[in-house]
Design a protein around this ligand. Structure first.
Ligand SMILES: [Fe+2]
Length: 470
């Protein structure tokens, strides 16, 4: 294992700088990892995760969990072995300077070269780290080193999103993009890695729109009460709850005809993530993780009531939305089998958070009060769920579904996730059989470090061209 150690950051009063939220100090490389159980045959590729990992001192009073230099984590599996784990800073201009490295090339220098810390995608054989609200994607190499900023060959007119959604029916990724001073835009990213702006949606206040969903006919657009309010911000991320604003969800025809964009009044809430959406006759089903409030009194990160998995049924003939709560136990970081995106599906996977246990943030696993952070498999057809508890003091965030090669059933595959073990203050990657969800793990790969709570990731299977991170 070799390490490079920059100046450690301040981890004082802000809960999103404490416990396993705290950044790690160093990039890590570790070869031939310890494996308990057996890594399945055919599971060859890289399992990635990314999250914020500020370098050097930060002001805990101004810090928001969504800020900080990105750090990409990757575990490489091949031939039933865990060949390596690597963590690498995603080089913003400031990060390169802080680390004493050469800045990466690419467009947007001085304007769109800030932190990139939220998700990944692949396009035209390249892997990109992503963030929303203005900064450009950063291309990463096979071993997660930052290569260059990218505007997708000059086709991206401004920033991108952290949550493009891959449509297996067309090979196109859908994206809703927002940033201050520009209209909300609906973009596509094609298999050749070219972005296209399909629609511009003028909204009275710039809402935070973290995710997108799509159906056979429509793009699902969120317009919820978290908006750009720099005058009221106490942290360095000025997107706050807006008491003046109603909540609504829109169906935009996929061809981008904004004149036919149809809005449905929604319960006042905030949604980071969709689980999925699909058309069902005259109705459109939109499954979301909805939070009762967001960034109203707690501005450093999420923490104002447990999230719930909800089904919004949009009746396109009456124009009405009806909500059904599917799970109130605090599910977040929802994932599905990506082959079922935009069409009827049965299974979803989430990680349970415990916001109610903590006054500051919903993922309340600071070391002294860790109990459990299980994963949940939701059966939306049978209205049931299974829980996988990773054991005392062992908690997970986003559980990623990876299909078995040649799988036929929707849940024929594995669930991979980074699991923090508070007892060792280190992390594992745990592989579950998705059809034996509550059973013992198929394999547990021990990492030499902890992987801080972060945001998103995915499985990048070996192959050429690299398939999309779905
Ligand atoms: Fe997200």
């Amino acid at each position: 294992m070799d390490e490079h150690r920059p100046t450690p950051p301040t981890t004082a009063t802000n809960p999103f700088l404490s416990g396993n939220f705290a950044p790690v100090e160093a990039e890590t490389t570790c070869l031939d990892l310890e494996v308990h159980g057996r890594i399945p045959e055919g599971l060859d590729g890289r399992f990635l995760r990314i999250g914020p990992n500020p370098i050097g001192p930060v002001d805990p009073l101004r810090f928001h969990w969504f800020l900080g230099t990105g750090m990409a984590h990757g575990l490489r599996l091949r031939g039933c072995r865990a060949e390596w784990y690597r963590s690498r800073f995603v080089l913003s201009a400031k990060a390169a300077e802080a680390l004493g490295r050469a800045p990466i090339p690419g467009p947007g220098a001085g304007r769109r070269d800030g932190e990139v810390n939220t998700h990944f995608t692949t396009a035209a054989g390249k892997l990109y780290a992503l963030v929303e609200a203005g900064n450009l994607p950063v291309e990463l190499d096979e071993e997660l080193e930052s290569v260059a900023r990218s505007d997708f060959g000059g086709t991206l007119e401004a920033g991108f999103t952290a949550h493009p959604r891959y449509d297996p029916a067309t090979g196109v990724q859908h994206a809703i993009v927002y940033e201050p001073g520009l209209p909300v835009r609906y973009l596509t990213l094609d298999a050749a890695g070219r972005a296209a702006t399909v629609a511009r949606i003028d909204l009275p206040r710039t809402p935070m729109i973290h995710d997108v969903a799509f159906t056979a006919s429509s793009i699902v657009v969120l317009d919820l009460p978290v908006t750009f309010q720099p005058e009221a911000a106490r942290t360095d991320r000025p997107w706050l709850w807006d008491e003046r604003k109603a909540a609504r969800v829109g169906l935009l025809p996929r061809a981008g005809d904004v004149g036919r964009l149809r809005w449905f009044e929604a319960p006042r809430c905030f949604v980071f993530h969709f689980l999925n959406a699909y058309d069902d006759g005259d109705r459109t089903i939109v499954d979301v993780v909805r939070h009762p409030r967001m960034f109203a009194t707690v501005q450093a990160g999420p923490g104002e009531g447990l999230p719930a998995l909800a089904r919004w049924t949009l009746d396109r003939s009456s124009g009405r939305l009806v909500e059904a709560i599917l799970d109130e136990r605090g599910p977040e970081f929802p994932r599905i089998n990506g082959a079922f995106a935009g069409r009827p599906y049965r299974f979803g996977y989430t990680a349970r958070s415990s916001m109610s246990a903590h006054p500051h943030g919903y993922i309340a696993h600071r070391r002294p009060d860790v109990d459990a952070g299980p994963a949940i498999k939701h059966d939306l057809e049978r209205h049931s769920s299974e829980v996988h508890d990773y054991g005392p003091g062992r908690v997970t965030l986003e559980p990623v579904f990876v299909p078995r090669p040649d799988a036929r059933a929707e849940d024929d595959g594995w669930i991979l996730s980074y699991v923090y073990d508070a007892g060792r203050d280190q992390s594992d990657v745990v592989i579950l059989d998705a059809r034996d969800f509550g059973g013992d793990p198929v394999a547990t790969i021990r990492l030499p470090v902890r992987v801080p709570y972060g945001f998103h990731g995915g499985w990048v299977p070996d192959g050429s061209p690299i398939p999309p991170v779905a």
